[in-house]
Ligand binder design. Sequence first.
Ligand code: SF4
Length: 292
Amino acid sequence: MSKIKIAELFYSIQGEGRYMGVPSVFLRTFGCNFKCAGFGMERGILSAEAEQLALVHEVTPFKRYEELPLVSTGCDSYASWHPSFKDLSPMLTTDAIVDRTMEILPFNEWRDEHLVITGGEPLLGWQRAYPDLLSHEKMKGLKEITFETNGTQELSKEFRHYLLDWTLNPRGTPGGKRGYEALTFSVSAKLPCSGEKWEDAIKPEVVCSYEEIGHTYLKFVVATEQDFADAECAIGAYRKAGFKGHVYLMPVGGVESVYALNNRRVAELAMKNGLRYSDRLQVPLFKNEWGT
Ligand code: SF4
């Protein structure tokens, strides 16, 4: 039986992208290839908030995710990848993950809820474990999955075949095939405002390879006109590689004060340029607390 290091497993409403408003189980895996310390900072300056909290954790350990402070700059899910917080993320068997999932679903079985596998970067190290999880007897009623990814990780040949089979396998939902639309890759590609390097973050061929097997869209986190100019440049690179999916703009803002500064302007930018706007409903609804 496979194991996955789980940062969080919770039930909430999807606040972003295609499934905004849909009740969802979130499986947040541990580990990421980025740090995204540039979010909310002036261009070229990196946030130290996650590092400062890591120092605090070493002296006076936080015991649970719910105790961790929210940050207003950098990655808002810092504890899901920062090595100092790995003690808060247990390595769980896929059986244990399924049992916990059934406990938190409102009817203790899959109905209309959707599964979000997020991170960290969920396609980084756990691709070998997901088939055990998704093929579990109690996961048969699951109709839709989203991988929330930064779009840099190729799918292994085996996992790609597995996912194709998952979408086509008539043993899935009552009534037959799940289909292409049941599998979503929500790609939050990182622009320079994240603090990550363009050549590491913008991988059009990888994203096009997701699009071959499931519904795939791009979601760019932006705050300024400069960020939008970067997004346009990135969109050009993805289109040139053959990407056909939708593009969303989403405001920077893991805390309400920052989100409220950006959301309207980003919505207007999206409208002006014929792009989709993604809110971050978890911020106004739940203050983006851990577990929401
Ligand atoms: S890719 Fe996502 S999880 Fe990883 S550091 Fe960036 S914002 Fe955080």
